[in-house]
Design a protein around this ligand. Structure first.
Ligand code: ATP
Ligand code: MG
Length: 589
């Protein structure tokens, strides 16, 4: 495939922006970095041990910062409730005391199935204090995906709401042998076999001796998004907190006086690593909004809460773009200092739009459930190349490789495509896929962790996402990354979002088909189809441009906001839809 030339200039940071950033310039940061120094930024437990919750909460109280706002929760009506670090310390102690009184032992698993309620955050941290393992689930899951994951994870405790319990758990609750306790938030009429959470917490002690977990003890189980197939349960340990803490500083520019808002669903790894642990270990005030996406509500929160650092996803950014810059202009967003995005490739168009609309670019960064934390980023100290996911964080060695029969071959030539590989050994790396040792072992070769994502690295060391290995299209000898085609389509004013797949073709092997959603005011007719194909041919050349375009009201996405290209393809070809437990928005056509 011809190396594509980005039409977007690098967004250069001013000296003031660079100096405000955490770690000076990239080269300095990378060469001075040492995981032991990162570890020394944390306290550890008196008498030994390391516990994520202690680092996130108690440590700040011990250092005299107990009165500082840790969590500001925005309820449905838009009103904010503040929890200080001391409030969180006591609440999480109560939860840990409750687990201990119920006989839950260190190492046993507590599942959380709840929307963005403060109690979920308390439960996650309280579970860790008790030495137990926390595993969050998307509250939008149906009964079956919840059950499957709880079975895979050998659930001992479930914390959920009365409403979710009745709709999704009640029918099979007693069929899970190991599930001993179900704690319910809310509801007047307590179902049989459940315990009411709030009164139980009120009776529990606000003092608790955090269990002296060791760095390698399991802390979290996160299921992957299931974009490509059956979700995997990635196991993470307490030591991951070292990476959560430092990557927040480096990649998100978190400082103690920041008001940080991570919009990720709490059922997804981002909701834990950066929606709880990273901001709290860095002593920030974090915002949690109870509601789902709404452009005006989001802008109001950014304004009223004086958010300084914002971490969201391309799908949300594209929705904001669709709403229009004039809506953003109604709000005072001058406090926003650093904007960041994860989960999917961020189209260059979106980076440029944000620079125009907010005066600052979105900083794309890349990671996976398996990596536990950000690995590659356009981070604070460096210039942003729109469309690139950035450079490896200090302490992370990344390479472009090709799988060979005996191992891997590292590709040194700039701009050549290959699989993204990371040198194994950073603290937030997954330690297993639950009950799937073979699948886990297959991720590693010659000390490299293989990501299943295709990328290229340019001569400046910036990485560019090409596509998931499964999504890449092979057409007449070309390897086509869906992202490149989607980004080119998005440059057209009519296009809000695009998902691109390969469909079989007798001559080329595969040809490109695009599914497109439109901005308001545009009609999805044949004239526009021809115009979009013409635009793409001009930008990408005839071999790479889509042959066919279909208009859709929306695209199938996972709960974490990722376009499910495999589903577009399965439907196009009339194949089985496979595991769609994480499917969110959808229109079958
Ligand atoms: P599954 O592994 O079950 O198919 P998933 O890979 O979507 O699901 P996650 O771990 O939530 O589950 O997502 C990680 C993947 O998301 C990455 O491997 C990559 O494909 C994509 N991704 C995340 N951030 C970026 C980014 N900044 N640019 C491009 N792709 C990204
Ligand atoms: Mg994956």
């Amino acid at each position: 495939m011809e190396a594509s030339v980005t039409p977007y200039p690098v967004i250069q940071k001013t000296v003031a922006e660079r100096e405000g950033a955490n770690l000076g310039n990239y080269e300095q940061a990378a060469s001075a970095f040492d995981w032991n120094v990162a570890r020394a930024l944390l306290d550890g437990l008196t008498g030994g041990g390391l516990n994520i919750a202690f680092e996130a909460v108690d440590r700040h109280v011990l250092h005299g910062r107990g009165g500082k706002a840790a969590l500001r929760w925005i309820g449905r009506d838009g009103a904010a409730t503040t929890y200080t670090y001391e409030d969180l310390r006591q609440a999480t102690n109560r939860f840990a005391s409750l687990l201990a009184s119920l006989g839950v032992r260190p190492g046993e698993t507590v599942f959380g199935l709840m929307g963005r309620e403060p109690q979920l955050y308390v439960a996650a941290l309280g579970t860790l204090k008790a030495g137990a393992v926390f595993s969050p689930l998307f509250s939008a899951f149906g009964p079956e995906p919840i059950r499957t994951r709880m079975e895979i994870g050998d659930a001992r405790v479930l914390i959920t709401t009365e409403r979710l319990y009745r709709r999704k758990v009640a029918t099979w609750h007693t069929e899970i042998p190991g599930l001993r306790h179900v704690l319910l938030l809310g509801g007047d009429d307590l179902p049989e076999g459940c315990l009411s959470l709030e009164p139980a917490l009120a009776r529990s002690s606000p003092e608790f001796q955090t269990v002296a977990t060791r760095p390698q003890d399991t802390a979290l189980i996160h299921f992957t998004s299931g974009t490509t197939g059956r979700p995997k349960g990635a196991v993470h340990v307490h030591e991951a907190v070292v990476a959560h803490n430092i990557t927040g500083r480096v990649a998100l520019d978190l400082h103690e006086d920041d008001v940080f808002w991570c919009t990720a669903d709490p059922g997804w790894v981002t909701g834990t690593s950066y929606g709880i642990i990273s901001p709290l270990t860095n002593g920030c005030t974090m915002i949690v909004d109870h509601e789902e996406f709404d452009a005006e509500r989001w802008y109001r929160i950014l304004q009223d809460q004086a958010v300084t650092v914002w971490y969201t996803a391309p799908t949300a950014i594209r929705m904001l773009m669709k709403t229009g810059a004039e809506v953003a202009a109604k709000y005072d967003l001058s406090k926003l200092r650093f904007l960041s995005s994860v989960g999917e490739p961020l189209n260059p168009e979106a980076v440029v739009w944000s620079k125009e609309t907010f005066g600052r670019p979105f900083h794309d960064n890349w990671w996976q459930t398996e990596t536990g934390g950000i690995m590659i980023a356009n981070y604070a100290a460096m210039d942003v190349k729109p469309g690139s996911m950035g450079r490896p964080l200090p302490g992370i060695e990344a390479a472009v490789v090709e799988r060979t029969e005996s191992g891997v071959r590292v590709i040194e030539t700039p701009d050549e495509e290959g699989e993204l590989a990371l040198r194994a050994g950073w603290p937030s790396m997954m330690r297993a896929y639950l009950n799937e040792p073979e699948r886990y072992a297959k991720c590693f070769r010659q000390g490299w962790y293989l990501t299943d994502d295709l990328v290229r690295r340019d001569a400046d060391g910036y990485f560019w996402f090409v596509g998931r290995a499964d999504d890449v299209i092979k057409s007449a000898g070309h390897l086509i990354g869906p992202f490149e085609v989607e980004s080119a389509l998005m440059e057209h004013p009519a296009v809000a979002e695009a998902g691109v797949i390969g469909i079989p073709d007798p001559i080329a092997g595969e040809v490109v088909k695009a599914f497109v959603t439109l901005n308001s005011g545009f009609e999805g007719d044949e004239v526009l189809q021809r115009e979009l194909i013409g635009h793409a041919r001009k930008r990408l050349g005839p071999a790479v441009a889509p042959r066919a375009i279909a208009f859709r009201a929306n695209l199938p996405k996972t709960r974490s906001g990722k376009i499910m290209r495999r589903l577009l393809k399965a439907r196009e070809l009339g194949l089985s839809e496979g595991d769609i437990s994480t499917l969110e928005s959808d229109e079958k056509k």
